[in-house]
Every structure is written in C-alpha cells, then in structure tokens.
Write a protein that binds this ligand. Structure first.
Ligand SMILES: Nc1ncnc2c1ncn2[C@@H]1O[C@H](COP(=O)(O)OP(=O)(O)OP(=O)(O)O)[C@@H](O)[C@H]1O
Length: 604
C-alpha cells in the first residue's frame, strides 16, 4: 500500500514537473556523500605532520569543499528546484480538486463525512506530497551519510556505530507509532475545525451580519466558536505534550549511548590505542551521527504522517475519479423526449425519512406541469432527480424509455434549463451572470438582452452605470449590489438564455413584486410553448396555466390532473387552492373600502 502510494507520488511529480523534480532530488542526494569524504580529509589533516605544505593546502581545500561549500551550494539548488516543483504541482492538484468538486454527485457533496475528507485533503494539498518526498529524500541522505560516516568510524572504533544505532531503535519505534496517532487526530479534528470555521464565517460574512446584529447573537455565536476552537486546541496540545515526553525519553537513551562512546574513545587515545587524528575525526563523526540520526528520526516520523495524508489524497482522487468514470456508450437523448418516473423513491444521505416515495408519472413532450404541495413535500427533490444531480434510492427515471443514468449527461444538460429556488449570485458582470446560462451566448449581446427582456431584468440593467458590463455584488471594488428581486430576475434571464427543450422553474417568483410576478408567468407560458415545462410554485394561481398539476404530499404524488378536474375532485389541491383564493377574493376589509371621491377633478 505504502509502496503504491510512493509510486503514485513519483508519477505525480514526474507528470507535473519532471525536470525540476529530477534536479531537486539529484542535488539533495549529492549532499549525502560529502560527509564521509570530509571526515577522511580531516583525519589526514590532523595526522599529516609529515606531509608537504602543498599537500596540506589541497587537503584543507578538499575538507572545506566537502564540509562547507558544496553542501551549502547543493542545499540552495535543492531548495530552488523544490519551490518550482511545489508551485507547479500545487496548481495541478488544486485544478484536479476543483474539477472533482464541479463534477461529483450532489449526494457526495452534501455528505458531512465526505466534506470532512475534502477539508482534510484541501488543507493538506500538494505541500503534503512535496513534504513527504522531502522526508523520503532526507531519510535517504541521512542513511547514505550514516553509512559513510559509520564506515569511517568503524575503521577507528568498530563497536561504537553498533551501540549508537541500537540506542536509536526505541525512539524510532515511538515516532512511527505517534505518526499514526497524529494522522488519526488530524482526521478527527477536521470535523471540529470545520465547525469552528463555520461559526467564524457566520460572524464575519456579510450575508449573516444583518440578522446577527439585530438579534444580538454575536456573543452567543462567539461562545460557540470559542468552545469549538478550545476543544480543537486542547486535543492538539494534549497530544503534543504526550508525544514530546515519549520522544524525550527515547532521546535520553540515545544521548547516553553517545556520551558513553565518547568516554571510551578518549580513554583509548590516552591508552595510545588510536591516534589524535582518529579521535578528532571520530568526534566529528559522532557529531554527524547525532545530526543525521536526529534528521532520520524526525523525517521518519514525518514521512509516516505525511504518507497517510498522501494516501487520503490519492484515495480521494482515485475513488472519485472511478465514481465519475464515464461509460463509453452513453445514450444521446433526442428531442422530443417523454419523461417517465417509475416508483421513484429518494432519501438524502444520512436522512432517516424518504423525501420522495414511490412516485410514478409520465410527462409527454410539450406538456406544462405545475408542481405544488406544502413545504418539504419533495418538489425541489423531484427537480434535483430529474436533473440527474442525485440518483433515486430506488425506482427509475426514463427519458424516452432510456434510463436517465444511461444518458449522456453532457448532451442532456444542453437540453435542459433550470432556475433554482436558491439561485446563485455571481460577483461578476451582468453579462456573465446571464451568460453562464449558455456560454455559447456569452458574447452575443442580442441573445443576452433578449433573455433579460423576457425575465424583466432589462429595465434595471439599462439603468446600471455600465449596463451589461456592470460588476455585480459587493464583494469586489466597483461592484453594485442588487435587490433580492433584481437578482432573481437576473437568474431567470440566465435560465431563459439557453434554448432548451425542458424548462424547469423552482419557485421563480418568490422575491418578485406582484406586477413582475404576473409578467414572469405570462413569459413562462409563452416560452414554454413547444417545450416541456415544470413549474414549482406556491402561488396556485400560476398552476391554472399548466396542462396538468401534480400535487405532492409528504413525498408522495397524491393527485395529478388539470386545474378544473382537481377542483372537481375536491381533494388536497382543491383545499389548497380555495384557501388561497379566499384570502384574495373574500377579504371583507377590502370589500368594505369604498371608491375614494376624486376631489377637484371634473370630467369634461
Ligand atoms: N440536502 C438535504 N439533505 C437532507 N434532507 C433534505 C435536503 N434537502 C431537503 N431535504 C428534506 O427533504 C424533504 C423534501 O425537501 P424539498 O426541498 O424537496 O421540499 P419542497 O417541497 O421543495 O419544499 P419547499 O416548498 O419548502 O421548497 C424535506 O423533508 C427536507 O427536510
């Protein structure tokens, strides 16, 4: 598993930035062989009283090059190429993550556990991979350096390297163990951290500020943020304390072994068993060993932790890619197409109840359907399934008798246009806000203007200082914010821009004034001519425009038929319609208001 991940990392770097990656690794490794050569130069220098002056100069130059100049030069080059690899690979990984998020199923996106993994992966990003690779490189450098230095040391004192290496094992084991624990903590903490940053967002973002100020909820929310942050920090600090105390104990064993080795080496020189040059060289060797083992231990622990993060990233990218693997022979939907729901049920991930239950119907091409029902009855869920954003938990949706999941999404989405209840407000120009509905029309002003006229947005756009080039939203300098209704009209224009065969409207008039609302329904009726249209609305007056009305109640389709038929049936729809109609038509207070006298006006 680990070897597979290591190969995956290697492939990733080769694919993203091969030359800088090779150079970075090369300059890293070149540093490794220099330590042993420096020790040999040093021993020759100290014991070289009988050598000529020129030989001594060459030995000094050799020592300086191997101990100081080259290691620093290689290190600088290594860091330089590391930065290049990091930037390039970061860009590629972020692009992959963005592509995944843009195409992944809505069910996965809304799953809290999936969100935690995304948050952990995004936080880890490609610096984790480069850090992991840097750790592997440092481990190799430390090992090569240790082998070289140990070989030199063994030639003077053969038993010492064995004792020193044995004393390192307890700390090495502890670092491996804590790396696994740290990874587990990182994943556990991801959920807590996400909750804390949610409260931080609520406290700082513009869209919440109005409500929070008026309800004086700041201190309550701040308290919530504090408690999440405290919980996060407490766990992190407790882990760190435990880790440091274990590492400290392990390191003590190592330092005791080094001190004992020094004691015996000095004793052997005093007894005349080895030369002063050998002792000097051995002291430097021990110094290298302490540094290399410290680096080995640190990087080993880090690599263990990093590789688990890299595995999470690899698993996320590979599994999600497999989930999205397009089937080679997907069906292309052709217009006209009928829609058939066959016993469709749907339950949101993690939810206990079904949002839709055994819903069956057929809509023939060109029909206009109004979808009505109380809040939470499943209207938006039905639209979501029809768009293929989620798959039914059971049952099937057919387009011209072909299951929706077997249809080419790329082609199907060209045939559908939708105005969502919770539409997006892009902090971009008016042109882009409308043009995102159909990118082919982004630079065709007459089509953008036509869509704006149809949605009723054209009037206020003409009054904006820069018309269609006006930046919208208050997030960036020069942006103009719109009223709720104006944003909604812009979103409707976006939906109207695409000349689609299936028109889906999920409560398109919730923020509109009464005149604009009537105009939208009139336009909708015209635009839906020759297309299949599905309109979700709580304004039952609009349902009278439809060929058929579907009534949903607690996720079930309880009635379907024309307005007149349903009134005659006197069921759920009739009840809803009459209660709304009564409100408008039989308001006694309105009837009591008399026509006001028009003072001072004479009719000629
Ligand atoms: N993302 C979600 N995750 C879990 N449950 C959800 C989600 N969205 C909706 N639901 C649940 O599914 C049920 C149907 O919701 P849906 O949004 O389809 O209703 P609706 O008829 O469109 O309501 P409204 O008229 O209020 O817009 C509700 O009980 C709701 O709580």
């Amino acid at each position: 598993m680990k070897a597979r991940t290591m190969v995956w990392v290697l492939k990733f770097f080769f694919a993203s930035s091969s030359l800088p990656f090779v150079l970075m690794s090369l300059f890293g490794l070149l540093q490794a062989g220099l330590a042993a050569s420096a020790l040999l130069f040093l021993q020759q220098l100290v014991d070289g009283r009988s050598l000529s002056g020129l030989a001594l100069v060459w030995l000094s130059v050799g020592y300086l090059l191997c101990a100081l100049v080259l290691p620093n030069a290689f290190n600088i080059l290594n860091q330089l190429f590391r930065e290049a690899v990091l930037r390039r690979s970061q860009q590629i990984l972020t692009r992959k993550l963005m592509q995944m998020s843009a195409s992944i199923g809505m069910d996965s996106l809304e799953d809290a556990q999936f969100q935690d993994v995304v948050s952990a992966v995004t936080k880890a990003d490609s610096s984790v991979m480069i850090n992991y690779w840097q750790c592997v490189q440092e481990i190799v450098i430390s090992l090569v350096r240790l082998v070289g230095v140990a070989a030199v040391l063994t030639s003077f004192y053969w038993g010492i390297p064995l004792v020193v290496f044995a004393s390192v094992l307890p700390e090495l084991w502890m670092r491996m163990r804590f790396a696994k624990l740290q990874h587990k903590l990182h994943l556990d903490q991801s959920a807590v951290e996400r909750r804390a940053s949610y409260f931080a967002d609520v406290l700082t973002k513009r869209e919440y500020v109005k409500e929070i100020r008026t309800s004086a909820a700041e201190s309550f929310l701040y308290g919530k943020w504090r408690s999440q942050k405290d919980a996060y920090d407490r766990k992190d600090l407790a882990f760190d304390r435990k880790r440091q105390s274990y590492f400290g104990a392990g390191h003590l064993i190592f330092l005791t072994a080094i001190s004992a080795s020094m004691f015996f080496m000095v004793k052997w020189v005093m007894g005349g068993q080895t030369s002063v040059g050998a002792l000097t060289s051995a002291i430097f060797a021990l110094n290298y060993i302490v540094g290399s083992i410290g680096s080995l231990l640190y990087n080993f622990g880090q690599a263990q932790h990093q590789i688990l993060l890299v595995e999470t990233t690899r698993g996320f990218l590979e599994d999600t890619a497999a989930e999205q693997e397009p089937s080679p022979d997907l069906h292309r939907v052709t217009v006209p197409f009928d829609i058939r729901f066959e016993n469709v049920s749907y339950r949101y991930p993690g939810a206990e109840n079904f949002a839709l239950q055994n819903v069956s119907f057929t809509i023939t091409h060109g029909e206009r359907i109004a979808l009505v029902g109380a809040n939470g009855s499943g209207k938006s869920t039905l639209i979501r399934l029809l768009l293929g954003l989620s798959r039914p938990t059971s049952g099937r949706i057919y387009l011209n008798e072909v299951p929706l999941e077997d249809c080419s999404w790329g082609h199907y989405r060209e045939l559908v246009t939708v105005a969502f209840q919770d539409f997006a407000q892009y902090c971009r120009t008016v042109r882009e806000n409308i043009g995102f509905g159909d990118l082919h029309a982004l630079h065709l002003p007459h089509l953008l203007e036509q869509a704006a006229v149809q949605s009723g947005a054209a009037d206020f756009i003409e009054r904006l200082p820069r018309r269609y080039d006006q930046q919208l939203g208050a997030a960036f300098a020069g942006g103009v914010d719109l009223s709720g209704g104006q944003w909604q009209k812009t979103a409707m224009a976006r939906a109207y821009l695409r000349q689609a065969a299936l028109l889906l409207m999920d409560e398109p008039t919730a923020s509109l004034d009464p005149m604009a609302e009537v105009e939208v329904y009139r336009q909708f009726s015209d635009l839906a001519e020759g297309k299949t249209a599905l309109l979700v609305s709580h304004r039952l007056g609009s349902a009278t425009l439809a060929d058929r009305i579907f009534v949903l109640q607690q996720g079930e389709l309880v009635e379907a038929g024309h307005h007149i038929e349903l009134l005659r049936e006197n069921g759920e729809y009739a009840k809803l319609f009459r209660s709304q109609a009564e409100w408008y038509l039989h308001d006694e207070r309105a009837e009591a208001v008399e026509e006001p006298p028009v003072a001072g006006v004479q009719v000629q």
